[in-house]
Design a protein. Structure first.
Length: 252
């Protein structure tokens, strides 16, 4: 990465705080009821972290999201690989997957409540569902995008079906799999937080966001939103780092 690129990246990190500081702290363009001072929010965030107030909520949200996301990625990738290599399976399951993938996940919250109740299983299931569907679709398309010439050459040189699958099909599908990972990561985290807000729970970042809204604690609300944004950014960067390591040939 060049020095100029690094400078621009660092500048991008400070852009939003700078604009916030100008609008709320310096010129007071926006009412504190809508956008509190940046320093007030930073102090509140510092207080939430140092006093441990946010710890249990953070752990509860990460627990639900980690289980749902991990199960969705594992099963979704396996099913996507099977659908990608089998035209019959893909044709048979095309409508069910597209039907549920096109349906807003929040619209079926009541169904999850009826099946799993109001505790953690329902929230884990809601994190699992969009992850699973996105991984199935992206993985299967990744398999379909495999270069047929490479597969034929491998067969000509005596490669077995298993070797062709491992060395060509899976490798060619990896870039699309990582696209699905990034999309699923964001969607599943959103769903977990929203489920905590509207289904309710004793602990969770979504519940704390909703409580802050109800009590008109705007500084706490913005502090929690910053935490959620940082969490999403960190995990997205980790996926990008993994992609750069395992799919280093993509685009070359």
């Amino acid at each position: 990465m060049s020095n100029s690129t690094t400078i621009y990246k660092i500048g991008g990190v400070f852009l939003l705080p700078f604009l916030w500081w100008l609008c709320a702290d310096t010129f007071a363009f926006v009412s504190p009821l809508l956008l509190p001072n940046l320093t007030t929010v930073i102090n509140r965030l510092y207080s939430l972290i140092t006093t441990g107030t946010i710890t249990q909520d953070l752990l509860a949200t990460m627990y639900r999201w980690t289980i749902g996301f991990s199960l969705g990625v594992t099963t979704g990738t396996l099913v996507g690989l099977m659908l990608g290599v089998s035209n019959r399976l893909r044709s048979f399951f095309e409508f069910p997957f597209e039907f549920f993938r096109s349906m807003p996940i929040t619209a079926i919250f009541p169904l999850f409540l009826i099946i799993f109740g109001i505790d953690d299983p329902s929230k884990i299931a809601m994190a699992f569902t969009p992850t699973f569907l996105l991984m199935v679709v992206n993985t299967s398309y990744g398999v379909l995008l495999t270069d047929p010439t490479r597969r034929k050459v491998a067969v000509v040189f005596g490669a077995t079906q298993l070797q062709t699958f491992r060395k060509i099909i899976m490798m060619d599908a990896l870039p699309q799999v990582f696209v699905g990972l990034r999309l699923a990561l964001t969607q599943s985290l959103i769903v977990v937080v929203v489920s905590e807000m509207f289904i309710g729970t004793d602990f969770g970042l979504g519940q704390r966001v909703y409580d802050s809204y109800l009590t008109n604690s705007v500084s706490t609300l913005y502090a929690l939103l910053i935490v959620l944004g940082i969490i999403g950014y960190i995990f997205n960067r980790l996926v990008l780092l993994a992609e750069a390591k395992f799919v280093f040939w993509a685009g070359k």
